[in-house]
Design a protein around this ligand. Structure first.
Ligand code: ZN
Length: 80
């Protein structure tokens, strides 16, 4: 199971702003995401709207099981 961390449009750009407050472009962001994939920090299906985190991050409570970006819906569960 993986953790999905979804971001509203432009939100990840703001998070990735450098110390001077410069917000990276979407192209720059795609580059960062690609780099993080190469380093194994995030899963291959990640993009700038949703970072898919490996299990060890998910276990720390980061990310979600469901994701609109990747079309993952919550499983139907029977509740007592
Ligand atoms: Zn996702």
């Amino acid at each position: 199971m993986l953790g999905h961390a979804e971001f509203p449009p432009g939100e990840l750009n703001k998070i990735m702003a450098d110390k001077s407050g410069k917000i990276p472009s979407n192209n720059a962001l795609n580059l960062y995401v690609g780099r993080a994939k190469k380093w194994g920090l995030i899963e291959a299906e990640s993009n700038r709207r949703c970072l898919v985190l490996p299990m060890h991050f998910f276990q720390k409570g980061i990310g979600d099981e469901t994701c609109d970006e990747h079309g993952i819906r919550p499983a139907k569960r029977f509740r007592p």
